[in-house]
Design a protein around this ligand. Structure first.
Ligand SMILES: *Cc1c(COP(=O)(O)O)cnc(C)c1O
Length: 448
């Protein structure tokens, strides 16, 4: 039996059959658990992704193998103690248990780090678990957060209701365009995090990431940016953000079939989140399944192509709808207040994002429009979420931002008739445009 085991073990990437088979120069690095991949990523996320290590399957397959194991075996009992003390870690291919680092999830996480240009990353079971885990890691009871007042509804609820009640972590909501207001909201010594979305949901305001980072860093505050709306399009870490969080459930997945998230940031943060005594990922356990990690890792290589087509179609439809006299919100349009900001921060050749909003004035008109688009012309589906290959439409005020009260929505610029559209790339552009036009003219016919 022992011989069989040795044969099986010899196929492992770690060469030799001895856990001690590593040279002593690597000792210090190994203690760090997760070695930073490289600190200098190229400017362009596509180049960084292509430069990242390609994982082959265990038998030479072009795709990586799935390490579908909850637990991992060692050759010698002493190795276990060293893994638990942090001396041997995943960078040397030592794994403990899959709620801690898992090899397949780690490989997807390396792709996420390359995508965002951060030292490290780790993936989680959802976008919300990525956000809540980071916040709980960076803030202790009594801590304070300064956050944008235009946030994803779930994040807003987490900050305004859950964190104060459950953890005594409070948040001041600010207009992130008002730099002085942001500066004044920071309480030195108590404020730990400045939090905002690179492109905010649903009003598509674009954050001036470099300026906000400058303000926060001057006061010793960490900057956490949610980049769910603009993967590839914007790279907040390249403009100074310390941590970038993602809901992978949206564009990165692209299939509307998986809920997942990621935390991209310094290796020291990722390691602290996996700490056996204090780590939020380790102790709260929002673990990603390695089978899910495998599926997602197969989609990242075509994320850039998908984003380009989402962006191209969103810009085309926004431009044409505006010509027809509709009130369109899209940062790719020159009349959008943040057009020049996005132009100066965006990575080259992707465009201005795949989401646009159209203000139909009242909720009744918004609903009539969406109903026609789905049930009369087949332009898209009434559904929350974004980043799917089909167009998804929702009336933000009564759906994804319903956690806000009327006054909060008004402050965040969410009108009751605001329809958010995540523009898909299925079918052909002119076919989809004619479906949109047909619904619009039917709107006019039935006007009373
Ligand atoms: C969807 C979303 C989230 C939450 O992500 P889940 O994967 O659904 O948990 C967070 N932020 C933004 C901007 C989102 O769109």
């Amino acid at each position: 039996m022992a011989d069989t085991r040795n044969v099986l073990m010899s196929t492992k990437k770690r060469s030799g059959s001895d856990d001690n088979d590593w040279d002593h120069d690597d000792f210090i690095v190994a203690r760090k658990q997760m070695k930073p991949m490289t600190t200098l990523w190229p400017e362009d996320p596509a180049t960084a992704l292509a430069n990242a290590r390609h994982e082959f399957g265990e038998h030479g397959g072009v795709n990586m193998s799935i390490e579908a194991s909850a637990t991992f075996t060692v050759m010698e009992p002493e190795t276990m103690r060293r893994m638990f003390s942090g001396e041997l870690g995943p960078d040397r291919d030592f794994f403990i248990y899959s709620r801690h680092f898992n090899p397949t999830v780690l490989n997807l996480s390396r792709q996420m780090a390359a995508l965002e240009g951060t030292e490290a990353a780790y993936c989680t079971a959802s976008g919300m678990s990525a956000i809540s885990s980071v916040l709980l890691q960076l803030c202790s009871s009594g801590g304070h957060v300064v956050a944008s007042r235009t946030l994803y509804g779930g994040t807003y609820a987490l900050f305004s209701h859950f964190l104060p009640r459950a953890c005594n972590i409070t948040t001041s909501f600010v207009d992130i365009k008002d730099f002085l207001g942001v500066k004044e909201a920071i309480v030195e010594g108590r404020t730990k995090v400045l939090y905002f979305e690179a492109v905010s949901n649903p009003t598509l305001t674009v954050a001036n990431v470099p300026e906000l980072c400058r303000i926060a860093h001057e006061k010793g505050v960490m900057v956490v940016v949610d980049n769910t709306f603009a993967p590839m399009v914007m790279s907040p870490a390249r403009w100074g953000a310390d941590v970038v969080v993602h809901s992978i459930s949206k564009f990165i997945s692209g299939g509307a079939d998986i809920i997942a998230g990621a935390v991209c940031g310094p290796a020291s943060l990722v390691n602290s989140m996996m700490d056996l005594h204090q780590g939020t990922l380790m102790l709260l356990g929002p673990t990603m399944n390695p089978k899910v990690a495998f599926e997602l890792s197969e989609r990242i290589p075509h994320l850039g192509l998908r984003m380009k087509e989402h962006c191209h179609r969103a810009l085309t439809f926004a431009t044409r709808m505006k010509k027809l006299g509709l009130k369109v919100v899209y940062p790719g349009l020159e009349d959008h207040p943040d057009h020049s900001t996005l132009k100066s921060l965006a990575n080259k050749d992707y465009g201005f994002g795949g989401i646009l909003c159209v203000d139909m004035q009242t909720e009744e008109r918004a609903n009539r429009f969406m109903n026609l688009l789905q049930n009369y012309t087949q332009f898209g589906f009434m559904a929350v979420s974004l980043g799917y290959y089909e167009t998804l439409m929702s009336c933000s005020g009564s759906s994804t931002s319903s956690e806000m009260n009327a006054e909060e929505k008004e402050l965040a610029g969410i009108s009751p008739g605001l329809v958010r559209m995540s523009i898909g790339y299925s079918g052909n552009l002119e076919q989809k445009w004619s479906q949109l036009e047909k619904a619009l003219s039917r709107m006019q016919d039935t006007k009373h």
